[in-house]
Design a protein. Sequence first.
Length: 223
Amino acid sequence: MNVLSQIGFFVPKKIPNVKLIPIALGYVGYIVLCNVSLNINSVGFYQIMKIAIAPTVVVMEFFMFNKLPSRLMICSVLVVCTGITAATVSDTVAISNSMGLIVGVAATLVTALYQIWAGSKQRELQANSSQLLHAYTPHAVWLLGVLVPIFEPIGWKDAAPGTLLGYQFTWDAVAAIVISAMLGILVSLSTFLVIGTTSSLTYNIVGHLKTVIILTGGVLVFG
């Protein structure tokens, strides 16, 4: 983001830290909880919780901003969510433990809140998508840095394979990490652009359209 600002893609904006911490926490919570949910739950249950984000956004926006979509739009969201569920959830939706249920529900709630903030904070702080992403990213980085030793095996005592310190870096691995980081920035930027110019609900529907395109492409390419 610093490189983009240097070449004139956007003009950085100074935003008080106290205004940035909530959205940084929302982003970190969304990343961590979704990954933990996928790790401890079945793929089917994870997908159901992911699909539940759209109706959760509708409910949360109603309570937070007294904003309610039209009846036709609500019916459309229900149809899309039902169709995506039928198309993508192929295994048994199993809840193996109560912790999996708690994490799955928490991931859905936090993700919905983060997506709502991605739009509302741009209006509240009068910052565009690039400015807001540039401002809160450093806070998200140090928050993730605090959580990494908690959730990941570091290998302080024994840098064995499978630990962060024991990982053997190669040029291919470094290239993959750099490309992934760049793609991650583009994904985050596109998230703020879509939500900022449309709405959190529209962003969710566009995300489901991506799933449809992937499934259609798989059928056309691989049969």
